[in-house]
Write a protein that binds this ligand. Structure first.
Ligand code: PMP
Length: 436
């Protein structure tokens, strides 16, 4: 057997790992890998935006006065640049919002709940509303469901998208299923890119609910480590071709392209869906922040500018992800039931550990000074009944710190496995089972 397995199984291995952990506890690293935040270096790529758009008056193109109220749909030039790249829809079928795509997702679900999708009853009139939720998935999507009392129906995520046999079967059978979360490119947290077959099946499947909507979060549409080899999976086009143009609502933002919290968010879909959204916006705001839209337009200039900028992000991210991958490969490869994703973009690595170990590893890592996302966060109930899935977010740390944190996590995986092997496990799997 190779090194890590020996380290796990023998009592010598356990003793050594416990001594190592005690030493870590005595001098904790203080590294935070809980959320996928961009690093300082990434944000510095957009520092030039702080002096944009400058003091010169803006052009009043297309009869728009960019400095006044109005322009509810967003500046046409910005939509022309970003709608095809981030949403895969024509510019006329996109609407620019505020700084957060999550806020637009929350807003769209709130609208469907209160007034209904065009031609359909409000969801609030239904006895129950259910969403299909690929798991592992994104906790903030689950939080939006929880906020609206939407029941979440988990479907397993695979390497190329959700388990489509289950999705098709449930969507066709259950009229209470009104929506589904999708992150088709570099999904959070698995890093999956939906295959052409998955996209085709999502677009063509029968749904019992006539207003079934794919809430398609394109948060990582342009976020590849290497120059983008594959195109954005064309979910909108596939749905339109299949005769279901109203099925997808697409969302994206520049939060992880420019300055998080000061980016711009967009929504796209059929002309009817976008009109529905914009009509409702008139009751919320007299117009979005067009100064920020001009700022983004002047910063990116054109699609080549976006690609150049995102390549710089990709390089910085890759440096961190590679270091984590190297540590995991060196220290965890020989372990049974331990494997992890190797994404080509996005912000997360998913690490699967032996059943019953994830919560223990999070605790051991925290004691050793590395904070990772609590186990269970990736599951819609907040509970991973197998206690196996960990979300690792290397982006914010320096490459050296990312490697150090990965080394601590790997050591904690080995320690948790050694505890199980030696029968000294204090893992609280019973607590997992008891949790609501
Ligand atoms: N969607 C996904 C899948 C994300 O991972 C994130 C950031 N972690 C967001 C949305 C956040 O988007 P925004 O900043 O536009 O609200």
């Amino acid at each position: 057997m190779t090194g890590p397995i020996l380290a796990c199984n023998g009592s010598d291995g356990l003793g050594k790992l416990l001594r190592w952990h005690a030493a870590c506890r005595a001098a904790p690293l203080g590294l935070d890998m809980t959320r996928g935040l961009p690093s300082r270096e990434q944000i510095a790529l957009s520092h030039a935006m702080l002096s944009l758009p400058g003091v010169a008056p803006f052009d009043s193109e297309d009869g728009q006065d960019w400095l006044n109220y109005g322009g509810q749909q967003g500046i046409p030039q910005l939509r022309a640049l970003l709608a095809p790249l981030l949403l895969g829809v024509p510019p006329a079928q996109a609407a620019v919002g505020g700084n957060s795509s999550l806020a637009m997702m929350h807003g769209a679900i709130g609208l469907a709940w209160r007034i209904g999708l065009p031609g359909h009853a409000p969801w609030s009139a239904a006895s129950e509303v259910r969403f299909l939720c690929p798991v592992p998935g994104y906790d903030r999507h689950f939080a939006i469901c929880r906020d609206h009392g939407i029941a979440m129906v988990p479907v397993p995520m695979g390497v190329d998208g959700p388990d489509m046999d289950q999705v098709e079967e449930r969507a066709a059978r259950d009229p209470l299923i009104r929506g589904m979360w999708c992150v088709p490119r570099h999904s959070n947290p698995c890093g999956a890119i939906y295959s052409a077959e998955v996209i085709h099946r999502l677009a063509t499947m029968n749904t019992a609910a006539p207003d079934f909507t794919l809430f398609c979060d394109n948060a990582y549409a342009a976020h590849d480590f290497a120059p983008q080899a594959s195109a954005l999976p064309g979910l909108y086009d596939a749905c339109a071709t299949a005769g279901h143009p109203d099925r997808p609502l697409m969302f994206a933002s520049t939060s992880k392209m420019t300055i998080p919290g000061a980016g711009i968010a967009m929504l796209g879909g059929s002309a009817q869906r976008v009109h529905w959204w914009l009509s409702a916006q008139q009751r919320c705001t007299i117009g979005p922040d067009k100064v920020n839209q001009v700022r983004h337009l002047r910063f990116f200039v054109d699609a080549a500018g976006v690609a150049r900028h995102m390549q710089q992000h990709g390089t910085l991210l890759q440096q961190r992800f590679e270091r984590v991958q190297q540590v995991f490969a060196r220290r965890l490869s020989a372990l049974q039931d331990v494997y992890w994703s190797r994404p080509s973009g996005g912000y997360f690595i998913t690490l699967w550990v032996p059943p019953g170990c994830a919560r223990r590893i999070v605790r051991l890592a925290a004691e050793a000074g590395v904070a990772i996302t609590p186990a269970g966060t990736t599951h819609c109930s907040g509970i991973d009944s197998e206690d196996r899935c960990l979300r690792i977010a290397p982006s914010r740390l320096s490459p050296d710190h990312a490697a150090q944190a990965a080394d601590i996590i790997a050591g904690c995986v080995l320690l948790a496995c050694a505890e199980v092997a030696s029968g000294t496990s204090t893992h609280d799997t019973h607590a997992v089972k008891r949790a609501p």
